[in-house]
Design a protein around this ligand. Structure first.
Ligand code: C2O
Ligand code: CU
Ligand code: CU
Length: 559
């Protein structure tokens, strides 16, 4: 169940192929077996289409795969990025088989790409607002892939939509201008029904953007600006990652590993100086939610969310970080004596899954560290005395506030209901269709809209013929491609309020977001503006197993 063990990447043998088609692959074959040879030939499409519920219009789009750089595009940075099987020594003894992005700067600032040594994580891309970027992606994996720039506002054709997947050995050339503001973004694969395993085997990297507004603040930089990517893995006796060993049920609840890795390393610790640090946290886990707090009870000073700096720092006793969310902290270690030991912990919580999910969680093999169990994320040791002092700025940045009354649908929010049906997680009763867009998923360029994610709390009934899964509901981190949005309201139905309360105080909705956690029984209202680029974009649950199982849809921006 580990990726491409020692096999040449171009021609995986049968055994490797079988392993690459880990449980989701098995499930796919089961479904197809019932629908005959024609279905088998048509593959995944058939599987998903027979599951489509409700009306939706398939719009065929023609895709010219940009496999060559355009001569008219003059990049400030030209980068080669490759996804390849590799090995890293993570646990001592046998190295771990992973899939990994590796890259090189062909032209432009060599600092645009920064390698994290000893990690499976891809190089950190460091870009500036206003830069023109070309990234020549080569798929060196034994299966289809495509890269998505999570949080970035790029043309639809550059967004890494699953219909743009490229085959092993093929290239895809991305060309876009960085129009996002400074912030912590990231990149990861996005092939349909294989995003979970590909990210899990190691394909992910940070993408940091800087701009002038941020630079004026003189925030801690260099070795005092530390990215921390939080992920969980399940590891076997041979040091290999194990994914979805328990099959579909584990996928329904979302995959959880019992080893916590930071920047791709186990037992992570930081030694720090007595001064202020900027910590950039990304939850790069497939499905785990973190409830982050310092072991000594010091509140967290949050300065940025998914889409960059807040207007002013906010304090939280703990921060809730759902899959794909980012948060930036300023931490003052100057207040601690030398040799102090601290821990960043994930605190106990409940309510991310309610009802039948508890039983299902136990069926999955990962009950050793369920979502909501407390654990240590990383250790900090204060090892160096320095004199520098940094005062946390009172104001950070300006955020133009969207107003509900300016939305074209101010009084009738576009609703997206999240619920389970027929053993799948669905959005408005539908599963993913590669090019499918429903009328209610079609918006106009240059409009502001209010959207509502409604996490339907199901209290009774048998679902998909499986009685034991009845009455379950899960928190879904909902992500919208192609823009940052503003969260304007959360409402939770009374029967779920108590459970929701165990994570609620950790939400940071004050700034720009591209992913928002919607608790069971909760309705979250967002304002989004559709600007600049028309076309087909995705929105989906960022629990990667939910996404792979079809809790993803397109929305279309008409010019
Ligand atoms: Cu990070 Cu479509 O996702
Ligand atoms: Cu995204
Ligand atoms: Cu979900």
């Amino acid at each position: 169940m580990s990726p491409g063990k020692g096999q040449p990447i171009t021609e995986p043998n049968e055994e490797v192929r079988a392993r690459l088609q880990t449980p989701l692959g098995r499930r796919r074959l089961l479904w197809i077996a019932g629908s005959g040879a024609a279905a088998l030939a048509a593959g995944t499409e058939v599987f998903w289409n027979r599951e489509v519920i409700g009306s939706s219009v398939a719009r065929d789009t023609v895709h010219l795969i940009p496999s060559a750089a355009k001569s008219g595009f003059l990049p400030d940075v030209d980068i080669a990025l490759k996804a390849i099987p590799a090995t890293v020594s993570l646990f001592g003894g046998t190295p771990t088989q992973v899939w990994q992005y590796s890259g090189e700067v062909l032209r432009g600032d060599p600092g645009s790409l920064q390698v994290t040594p000893g990690s499976y994580l891809g190089p950190t891309l460091r870009l500036r607002k206003g830069q023109k970027v070309r990234i020549r992606f080569t798929n060196g994996l034994p299966e289809d892939s495509i890269v998505h720039w999570h949080g970035l506002h790029v043309p639809a054709a550059m967004d890494g939509h699953p219909h743009d997947v490229i085959a092993p050995g093929q290239n895809f050339v991305y060309e876009f201008e960085v129009i996002n503001r400074a912030g912590t973004y990231w990149y990861h694969p996005h092939p349909h029904d294989r995003t979970g395993p590909q990210v899990y085997w190691g394909l992910a990297g940070l993408l940091l953007i800087e701009d002038e507004e941020e630079q004026r603040l003189g925030l801690p930089s260099g070795m005092y600006d530390l990215p921390l990517v939080l992920q969980d893995r399940s590891v076997d006796e041979e040091n290999q990652f194990v994914y979805l060993a328990n099959g579909m049920m584990e996928g329904m609840s979302g995959f959880l590993g019992d080893r916590i890795l930071v920047n791709g390393r186990p037992d992570f610790s930081l030694s720090v100086a007595t001064r202020t640090y900027r910590l950039r946290l990304l939850n790069g886990s497939n499905s785990r939610i973190y409830k982050l707090a310092w072991s000594d009870g010091t509140p967290l000073t949050v300065i940025a969310t998914d889409g960059g700096l807040l207007e002013k720092p906010v304090e939280r006793r703990y921060v809730t970080l759902a899959p794909a969310e980012r948060i930036e902290l300023l931490v003052d270690f100057a207040k601690y004596p030398l040799n102090t030991q601290l821990e960043l912990r994930s605190l106990a919580f409940s309510g991310a899954a309610v009802g039948g999910m508890g039983r299902m969680g136990r069926m999955g093999g990962n009950a050793t560290l369920p979502n909501g169990a407390p654990f240590s994320v990383l250790k900090v040791q204060v090892t160096r005395q320095v004199k520098e002092r940094f005062a946390v700025p009172a104001t950070l940045a300006s955020i133009p506030r969207y107003r509900l009354r300016d939305a074209i649908n101010a009084t009738s929010p576009r609703q997206f209901t999240l619920a389970m049906g027929h053993m799948k997680w669905l959005i408005n009763g539908r599963t993913f269709q590669m090019n499918g867009v429903a009328d209610e998923e079609t918006v106009r360029l240059n409009t502001l809209e209010v959207w509502e994610f409604v996490n339907k709390a199901q209290s009774t009934g048998r679902m998909g013929g499986m009685g034991m899964m009845g009455g379950m509901s899960m928190a879904h981190p909902m992500h919208v491609h192609g823009r940052q949005f503003q969260v304007i309201e959360r409402q939770i139905s009374p029967e779920f309020a108590a459970q929701g309360a165990s994570l609620r105080d950790g939400f940071v909705d004050e700034g720009w977001k591209d992913t928002v956690l919607v608790m069971p029984g909760e309705t979250v209202k967002l304002l989004l503006r559709f600007e600049k680029y028309p076309g087909l974009f995705l929105y989906h649950c960022h629990i990667l197993e939910h996404e792979d199982m079809g809790m993803m849809r397109n929305y279309q921006i008409l010019a």
